[in-house]
Write a protein that binds this ligand. Structure first.
Ligand SMILES: [Zn+2]
Length: 365
C-alpha cells in the first residue's frame, strides 16, 4: 500500500491509499475554495444524559447530485471535484460540511448540566471506496477491500492521536431508503469528542457483567452465539458473524474477530485483515441476495474508546454492526411511536428466522 497525503485548496487534508505501482498522486486542487464553515455546538440533553451535535451550517450541503456533478468522482475533462487526481484507488479527505471539526486552542468537554454547551470538536472524514461511480462495496475485489481496511486502520490511528477525540467510528450508509445523499460508493469516519450513547451503554453493561464475576461481555456474547449456532451466519478462520439474540431490525448482523481483545482496526493481524477483505464484501452480497433487491443498510464499526480510562477501552472490542430497514422487497421498517418516542424497539422478524435466510444467502453470495 502507498500512502500519499496532500491538501485541498481550503486547507483540508486529503490522503490517497493506492496499490503499489499506481500513478503518482501529485495533482493540485485548482478550485480556490474559501475557508470552510464555522464550528457547530454540542449541547447536553439533561433529560437523557446524552450529547447532541447541532450543526446548522450543513443544510446547504450537496444532496443527490446528477452523476455528471458527483463531487466524489475523480477530476476528469476539466470538471473539478473534491478529488484533484484523474484516478484513485481509495481516498480519504476531510468532509467539506463537517458536523464536528478541530476546535480552536485548548478544548474540554464541559461538566454535564442544564446549560452545558461546547464547540462541536471532532473530525469528519469521507472515504471513497472506489473511483467507479457505479461501483459498490459488494463489488470490490479483495485487494481493493484490503486498501479500504488499510485506510480505516490508518485513520483510526491518526484520529485516536487527536487529544479531543474519544471515539473513532468508521461507517457506511447505503441507499436512499437510509438517507444517503451521494450515490458514489463511499463511507465516513467520525471522530467524536464525547462517547456516543451506544458506547456509554456498552461500557455500563460490561461493568455490571464483570461485577457479577464474569469475563468481558462481548467475549461472552461471542462464545454463546458460537455454542448455540441458531443465529450464526458464518464462521471462518478469523471471523464470526451472527444475528444478535435481541435484534432490533428485520435484518441485522454482527461481525467480530474470533481472537479476543482486538480493540480496534490497528490491532488486527495481516491474516485477519486479508480474510476480512474477503468475508466482509461477501456478507454485504449476502444482504443483497436475501430478497433479490439491493438492500439499504447502515454498516457501523464499533471500536474501543481512546484518550480515556483503561476499563472503558477494555469494554469494547472491534466489531461490525450491519443493519437494514428493509423487511420485504417492497416494505421498509420505519422507527415510529414506540421506537422514536420511547426507544422501545419492536422487531417483526424472529432473529433465528432471519439468520436462516442469511445463511442461505451467504451460500449464494
Ligand atoms: Zn461519483
Amino acid at each position: 500500500m502507498r500512502r500519499t497525503p496532500s491538501r485541498l485548496s481550503d486547507g483540508r487534508e486529503i490522503i490517497y491509499f493506492d496499490r503499489d505501482g499506481a500513478p503518482p498522486r501529485t495533482a493540485v486542487d485548482e478550485r480556490g475554495l474559501d475557508e470552510g464553515a464555522a464550528i457547530g455546538e454540542v449541547r447536553y440533553d439533561v433529560m437523557t444524559g446524552e450529547w447532541i451535535a447541532i450543526a446548522g451550517h450543513r443544510q446547504t450541503r450537496t444532496h443527490l447530485p446528477a452523476a455528471s456533478e458527483c463531487p466524489l468522482c475523480p477530476t476528469v475533462d476539466g470538471r473539478l471535484s473534491e478529488i484533484p487526481e484523474s484516478s484513485y484507488d481509495v481516498v480519504v479527505f476531510e468532509n467539506r460540511f463537517p458536523s464536528l471539526r478541530a476546535p480552536e486552542g485548548e478544548w474540554e468537554l464541559p461538566e454535564p448540566g442544564l446549560d452545558a454547551v461546547a464547540p462541536a470538536a471532532g473530525r469528519c472524514e469521507v472515504v471513497c471506496f472506489s473511483a467507479d461511480h457505479d461501483g459498490s462495496f459488494t463489488k470490490l475485489t479483495p485487494a481493493q477491500a484490503r486498501l479500504v481496511i488499510d485506510a480505516w486502520t490508518d485513520r483510526t490511528a491518526a484520529l485516536s492521536a487527536l487529544p479531543y477525540v474519544r471515539q473513532v467510528f468508521p461507517f457506511e450508509n447505503r441507499g436512499v431508503e437510509i438517507g444517503v445523499t451521494l450515490h458514489h460508493p463511499h463511507g465516513q469516519i467520525y471522530g467524536y469528542s464525547y462517547l456516543p450513547p451506544r458506547i456509554v451503554r456498552l461500557i455500563e453493561q460490561d461493568r455490571s457483567h464483570r461485577a457479577r464475576g464474569r469475563r468481558g461481555l462481548i467475549a461472552d456474547v461471542i462464545a454463546r452465539e458460537a455454542a448455540d449456532g441458531r443465529r450464526l451466519v458464518f464462521r471462518s478462520q478469523h471471523w464470526i458473524a451472527f444475528v444478535p439474540f435481541a435484534a432490533r431490525w428485520p435484518f441485522e448482523v454482527q461481525l467480530h474477530p474470533l481472537r479476543a481483545g482486538v480493540h480496534d482496526f490497528t490491532e488486527l493481524t495481516d491474516a485477519e485483515r486479508d480474510e476480512l477483505a474477503t468475508v466482509y464484501p461477501r456478507l454485504l452480497r449476502a444482504f443483497d441476495a436475501l430478497l433479490g433487491v439491493t438492500m439499504p443498510y447502515v454498516a457501523g464499526w464499533f471500536q474501543a474508546p481512546c484518550n480515556g480510562p483503561a476499563d472503558e477501552r477494555d469494554a469494547v472490542t472491534l466489531h461490525l454492526q450491519l443493519q437494514s430497514n428493509r423487511r420485504a422487497p417492497n416494505k421498509l421498517k420505519y422507527p415510529a411511536g414506540s421506537e422514536m418516542s420511547m426507544w422501545a424497539y419492536i422487531s417483526d422478524v424472529p432473529p433465528e428466522q432471519s439468520a436462516q435466510l442469511l445463511r442461505e444467502a451467504w451460500e449464494r453470495a
